[in-house]
Design a protein around this ligand. Structure first.
Ligand SMILES: Nc1ncnc2c1ncn2[C@@H]1O[C@H](COP(=O)(O)OP(=O)(O)OP(=O)(O)O)[C@@H](O)[C@H]1O
Length: 337
């Protein structure tokens, strides 16, 4: 509590803006082209309570990975703040910063790329345990055995190297490495998208078990809506660097409040569309993040567009107790097209 009455949010993302500047070429300079930037995050605002699993979905290029990387501190925001237990992460120094880096762990899509091929699993885990001084030297072998059990790998895995494992097993090693430092938040960016479908469910169920066992807060970035529905308490839908809808998982999946969410759900083959009223879908391609549309960023593709959408940027507003959506229509599913 900050003043004895208002609870301090566990993790809050406050109007975060991230731009990637594009280097001007010689030709750009000669032809007087102005400097340009990719607008990857355009004012993302989000609070994540302790213990929640938040799914983050949206088309490729909408800023999911940028958001994940900004939360763990791999990308610095141009504007806005990431607040952890009421403190601005950008301002954390020394021991406080190291503590944040330990408490918030990222698991990457490609464990092969993030695991040193020369190191055995034992060395990988020993390194993780030593960097953050999690255990004394004498305690490390016991902790490694425990971690292998936790991610359901056999004990002899400790002396093997990454190439001796399947993709799913490597992903378990990545999870064990993250767990070694006893994090409170796990940020999983496309954790299973490189794996076979049959293996995906096993790894996601493992994550779900670990989340419950250690009361972890999980940010689960994924394309696969079926998996997101399975694992998440709430889901945030991103479009062109903004959250256009956020809500409790079942509410959002059964009665989406933003036309873009509906488009995403309609495009997912293995969700049951018969439970939703059919409405019109988005048209066209995702606009370039180099030059954002005016008003509602979704308006050029929205089947329900009207004048206000072209001019006024909608903010997230409540639809009942369980959802927020940034759309000028009160209820788009009742609008005529
Ligand atoms: N390091 C970078 N330099 C320049 N542009 C970048 C960089 N990282 C991301 N971008 C751009 O920022 C935008 C958002 O990318 P991001 O990877 O966050 O989207 P995403 O939703 O995670 O996509 P995907 O689902 O394909 O991973 C894209 O236009 C992308 O090309």
């Amino acid at each position: 509590m900050s003043d004895g009455s208002v609870p301090t949010p566990f993790l809050s993302i406050e109007d975060v803006v991230v731009r990637f500047d594009i280097k001007r070429t010689l030709l750009d300079r000669l032809t007087g082209q102005p400097a340009r930037a990719i607008h990857a995050l355009n004012g993302v605002r989000l609070e994540i309570p302790r213990g929640e699993t938040l799914g983050v979905v949206g088309e490729s290029g909408c800023g999911k990975s940028t958001l994940a990387r900004t939360i763990v501190g791999l990308i610095e925001a141009n504007d806005g703040r990431v607040m952890f237990e009421g403190r601005d992460v950008a301002g954390l120094k020394g021991g406080a910063r190291r503590a944040y880096n330990r408490r918030v762990q990222m698991i990457f899509q490609d464990p092969y790329g993030s695991l040193n091929p020369q190191m055995s699993v034992r060395q990988v885990l020993t390194e993780a345990l030593s960097v953050h001084k999690m255990r004394s030297k004498a305690e490390i072998p016991g902790r490694i055995a425990e971690l292998l059990d936790l991610v359901r790998l056999p004990q002899d895995a400790a002396d093997k190297r990454p190439h001796e494992f399947s993709g799913g097993q490597r992903q378990r090693i990545g999870i064990a490495r993250a767990l070694a430092v006893e994090p409170e938040i796990l940020v999983a960016d496309e954790l299973v998208s490189a794996l076979d479908v049959s293996v995906q469910a096993q790894v996601v169920n493992l994550l779900l078990d670990l989340q419950q066992r250690f009361k972890l807060t999980v940010i689960f970035v994924a394309h696969d809506l079926r998996l997101v529905r399975h694992i998440s308490d709430r889901v945030a839908v991103m479009y062109l660097g903004e959250i256009v809808e956020i809500g409790e998982t079942e509410a959002l999946f059964t009665a989406p409040r933003h036309p873009y969410t509906r488009t995403l759900l309609d495009a997912a083959p293995d969700l049951d569309p018969t439970r939703r009223t059919r409405v019109a879908s988005a048209k066209g391609e995702l606009p370039s993040p180099l030059s954002l549309p005016s008003g509602c960023r979704f308006h050029p593709r929205c089947p329900y567009v009207f004048d206000r959408c072209r001019e006024e940027h909608p903010i997230l507003k409540a639809h009942g107790a369980r959802q927020l959506a940034a759309c000028h229509l009160e209820d788009f599913s009742k609008a005529g097209v």
